[in-house]
Design a protein around this ligand. Structure first.
Ligand code: HEC
Length: 126
């Protein structure tokens, strides 16, 4: 319930503070994490699939690539961040990568937590 009130408060006008925090919705992750740190590699360009296979540019793209590339080991298992490679990759610091393939600067702890929470809450289009 607390969570719900919090989300509603953000939705109804506290936009300035919402922007500085990473809340566990896809919209927020998309804008504050994926677009900033991931879609340079994880997004389709001109109809070509992303080199890094997983497309994090929209909810539809995430769902499609989750179904397509990862039938056996899905990178998102709704409700189960511990077995989701998306969470594992950022939590371990393997992602974001850099252009030369080495590890990039890890995400902030609250960004990693937001990814955890979003998956835990069912990885919804919210
Ligand atoms: C510089 C390019 C680049 C950036 C930036 C990047 N990735 Fe990746 N990512 C890759 C490549 C290339 C692979 C495929 C690696 C492989 O198959 O060994 C990959 C693989 C992955 C995988 C699958 C890992 C697995 O278990 O097989 C996940 C999940 C992932 N990236 C998430 C992210 C997230 C989340 C971000 C942003 C926080 C991000 N990546 C940023 C290049 C990138």
């Amino acid at each position: 319930m607390k969570m719900l009130i919090c989300v509603l408060a953000f939705a109804t006008g506290l936009e300035a503070s919402a922007q500085s925090m990473t809340t566990a919705t896809f919209q927020n992750l998309s804008q504050t994490v994926f677009a900033v740190s991931c879609t340079s590699c994880h997004s389709s360009q001109n109809g070509e699939p992303p080199e890094a296979k997983i497309d994090l540019s929209s909810f539809a793209a995430v769902t499609a690539s989750n179904n397509q590339v990862s039938k056996h080991t899905p990178f998102i298992v709704p409700g189960s961040p511990e077995t989701s490679r998306l969470y594992f990759a950022v939590q371990s610091g393997d992602m974001p990568a850099t252009e030369n393939g080495s590890k990039g600067k890890p995400l902030e702890p609250e960004q990693i937590q937001a990814i955890y929470d979003w998956i835990k809450d069912g990885a919804l289009d919210n």
